[in-house]
Design a protein around this ligand. Structure first.
Ligand SMILES: *Cc1c(COP(=O)(O)O)cnc(C)c1O
Length: 458
């Protein structure tokens, strides 16, 4: 193939944009384990799922066989507002590192929510609207998901009720105001509005909340009103499916210029952005068409893949959600107050968990001061102030590029830059002041938390 000149930023033409999401489960030999009803411990049926989620989303959740699911036109139209996301060659970073490696990043921060989360928010809001619902409830930790969902709901004229982890609600007033600007109602969690919130408040007075607890509140709020359903920003199969748009665009952009990636890197919170980025590449791996090194990066403070167990666990603190088999630290695990709020989840997508367990990908954990050092290095030369979550991937991309410098290998590294860090300046401030620490949980802490996972006979 003649070498076309590779632009600094690769954008797809509108006609080259993906028209269907890719469901990697269809190509997986070992499918992710089914979700279980928390009471009966039997696999969740479509009917049970539809009490929590919109019916179409419940179907997507349970569909392990359809490889391509067409993206409805209205969602394609919405995507046009901020997609395609560019695939950027990090020439300046390469030069600064003096590496022979070629580094590319897929930038998902080009929208108000500042992250990839809008890709699934619009899909979930769309199906809720199609079903004739009045609105949706959700949780948000650091605020990115709540912001994305409030944008999608505003666009479609749906009501949006967000339970926001109390410490973020207080620490990130501007995030809260963006959501309110888009018309969402934002409640600090644990609140006194739900039974589970009142219970948690009574049990742990003064608690500043957690994601698992906000999930329980949002699920309860939706279950009490037939016009509402619950939606979730990561972890679930349906979210990973919608996020496959990231990987499909990335692959189309690489293919357009005959570029072959050697290493693909993504940060892993609940696993949806990583799963979405890697899906088409893993698909090729599974079908024996190509090989890639795939690396998930997680915070050392919340290391579900690298130090957790692959067992059935609760997805939320209140234990109202289905049980999921995943790499987990235990649903009672409260990670130390890391500044990458979007990565502070005790579990992991069941798809990513299964791929990891099958040896189709690797995982590493990194400490937050080294993550912020990488973020700063990147910001200085690439013109984007990255989100702390995304900077986990930057850290490992830089490390891999430096290894190439030693060996002289010209590897092609692709990483997901999931978002921008403009609402994370408190974290940057701590780093700049030299006041940021690295907390790594002990084996005893993790073992104690894991001892409380439910006993499920498989
Ligand atoms: C939420 C978030 C993440 C974590 O995404 P998962 O799909 O849950 O792993 C990463 N980066 C940013 C910027 C986020 O907002």
């Amino acid at each position: 193939m003649p070498n076309k000149e590779i632009p600094y930023k690769i954008y797809l033409e509108e006609s080259e944009m993906p028209k269907a999401w890719y469901n990697v489960r269809a190509d997986m030999v070992n499918k992710p384990a089914p979700l279980l009803n928390p009471e009966t411990r039997h696999p969740m049926t479509l009917e049970e799922m539809s009490e929590i989620f919109c019916e179409e989303l419940a179907k997507q959740e349970l569909d392990d066989t359809t490889a391509y699911i067409p993206i409805p036109q209205e969602i394609l139209d919405f995507y046009k507002m901020y997609r395609p996301a560019p695939l950027v060659r990090a020439y300046c970073l390469e030069k600064k590192l003096g590496t022979p490696a070629k580094i590319y990043y897929k930038f998902e921060g080009n929208n108000t929510s500042g992250s990839h989360k809008l890709n699934s928010a619009i899909a979930q809001a769309y199906y809720a609207k199609q079903q004739g619902l009045k609105g949706v409830t959700t949780e948000t930790g650091a605020g990115q998901w709540g912001t994305a969902l409030s944008m999608a709901c505003a666009y479609l004229g749906l009501d949006c009720k967000v339970f926001m982890v109390k410490c973020s609600y207080e620490q990130k007033p501007f995030r809260r105001e963006v959501m309110r600007t888009y018309g969402a109602s934002v409640t600090p969690s644990p609140s006194m509005e739900t039974e589970v919130g009142r219970k948690i408040n009574a049990e742990f007075p003064g608690t500043t909340g957690s994601l698992g607890c906000a999930i329980s509140e949002a699920v309860e709020a939706a279950s009490k009103d037939p016009g509402y359903r619950y939606v979730l920003g990561s972890v679930m199969n349906q979210v990973l499916l919608h996020q496959s748009i990231i990987g499909l665009e990335t692959k189309a952009a690489l293919d357009k210029y005959d570029i072959k990636a050697d290493i693909i890197i993504g940060c892993a919170g609940g696993g949806s952005n990583l799963g979405g980025l890697i899906s088409p590449f893993v698909g090729e791996k599974l079908r024996g068409e190509a090989d890639y090194r795939i690396i998930a990066v997680e915070p050392a403070s919340c290391p579900s893949l690298t130090r957790g167990s692959y067992v059935y666990d609760f997805c939320d603190t209140g234990k109202v959600c289905p049980l999921q088999k995943m790499y987990t630290l235990g649903s009672g695990f409260i990670p130390s107050s890391s500044h990458a709020g979007g990565l502070r989840y005790h579990g992991m997508s069941s798809v990513v968990s299964q791929l990891y367990d099958d040896g189709l990908m690797e995982a590493v954990s990194v400490e937050q001061t080294s993550v912020f050092a990488a973020a700063t290095e990147f910001a200085k030369v690439e013109g984007i102030l990255p989100a702390p979550e995304s900077s986990h991937a930057i850290r490992v991309a830089i490390d891999e590029a430096l290894k190439c410098k030693e060996t002289g290998e010209e590897k092609t590294i692709v990483f997901g830059l999931t978002g921008t860090g403009y609402f994370d300046m408190y974290a940057y401030q701590r780093f700049n002041d030299g006041a940021m620490g690295d907390y790594v949980p002990t084996d005893e802490e993790i073992a104690a938390s894991l001892s409380k996972t439910p006993k499920v006979s498989e």
